[in-house]
Design a protein around this ligand. Structure first.
Ligand code: SF4
Length: 312
């Protein structure tokens, strides 16, 4: 009871501060439920990028990880962008640096670089296109067949893209430790235990390519944003979800009355969970922590991000 009261009080405080300071709160699907509930908009990387580009607010408080706040800053350079905890990083984004990408490009002259949005601003500045899991297939298919494509940094998403597009990609061997940890054995167990359920799998998962072999009509390899649309429209009642467990809260809210279960309860991103209501309140109250991107880097990264949004 006391905890619920504290949470409600904090949420009211956050809303009051956001209104007073003309700040919009954007929260990623993997945020803790109490942060999702206080946000103006909850979504995946592509949806949040669109909101960041479109907002009229003076400031954006980004409840997500650092590269997402950087993307918001690149899209809205005139706005103040805050992140409630500067340590909210991403192991996938950290798997390639701009120097490593420059070396890789030098070994593949003429190739086009497609970077998943989970990259630093410096890496985006070295890229031709950005993509999210929601539009990665469309981005690859928009590139002429004869061009070599360097795809980074997620190898599982890259392998899945090779299978759905029939294109050969040159893939960086990075991975997200959360999604890579969802293994084929987790899926097989659930397939057996829940024969009535639809299976929703994020293409970053370590099992995604193998899941394509399940030609059973109830396995769907889709982005978190598309999972929400799918669950809303589906006539089915039960869903198994293979991605970070934070999405379950949003799915339950947006498709009420249906049953959602995580394929792996271990699929928790500790970086996403660094953002708490208290830190969000402090961020608004003390106007911290401001995220900045060097203008020259931002200008070069912007082209790749604009192409991602255009192909969304
Ligand atoms: S879930 Fe994986 S890709 Fe997403 S922020 Fe966490 S470490 Fe990065």
């Amino acid at each position: 009871m006391t905890t619920l009261m504290t949470e409600k009080t904090l949420q009211e405080e956050v809303r009051g501060l956001a209104a007073a300071r003309d700040a919009v709160i954007l929260a990623h699907n993997y945020q803790v439920p109490e942060v999702q509930d206080v946000a103006d908009y909850v979504g995946d990387s592509l949806g949040l990028s669109r909101e960041a580009a479109a907002t009229d607010a003076e400031a954006i408080v980004f409840c997500g990880v650092h590269f997402m706040a950087e993307t918001a800053k690149i899209l809205s350079p005139e706005k103040t962008v805050l992140i409630p905890d500067l340590d909210a990083g991403c192991s996938l984004a950290a798997s390639i640096t701009a120097d490593q990408l420059r070396d890789w490009k030098a070994k593949h002259p003429g190739a086009l670089v497609v970077s998943y949005v989970n990259t630093t601003a410096e890496v985006k500045a070295e890229s031709d296109y950005c993509c999210t899991s929601g539009n990665a297939q469309a981005v690859i298919e928009a590139i002429p067949e004869e061009r070599e494509i360097l795809f980074l940094p997620d190898m599982f998403l890259g392998m899945w893209l090779e299978r759905v597009t029939g294109r050969k990609l040159t893939i960086w061997l990075g991975e997200c430790h959360v999604h890579a940890g969802i293994r084929p054995a987790d899926i097989e167990r659930w397939q057996a235990e829940a024969p009535d359920a639809e299976l929703l799998v994020h293409p970053e998962c370590g099992c995604a390519s193998q899941c394509m072999a399940f030609a059973n009509g109830r396995t769907h390899i889709i982005s978190p944003g598309k999972m929400v649309d799918f669950a809303r429209r589906s006539t089915k009642e039960r869903f198994l979800v293979a991605t970070e467990t934070g999405i379950i809260h949003r799915l339950k809210k947006e498709a009420p009355g249906k049953r959602f279960e995580a394929v792996s309860e271990r699929a928790i991103c500790r970086y996403m969970k660094m953002i708490t209501l208290e830190k969000l309140r402090d961020s608004l109250r003390e106007w911290k922590y401001e995220v900045t991107v060097e203008p020259e880097i931002a200008e070069r990264a912007r082209g790749a991000i604009d192409r991602m949004i255009a192909l969304g």
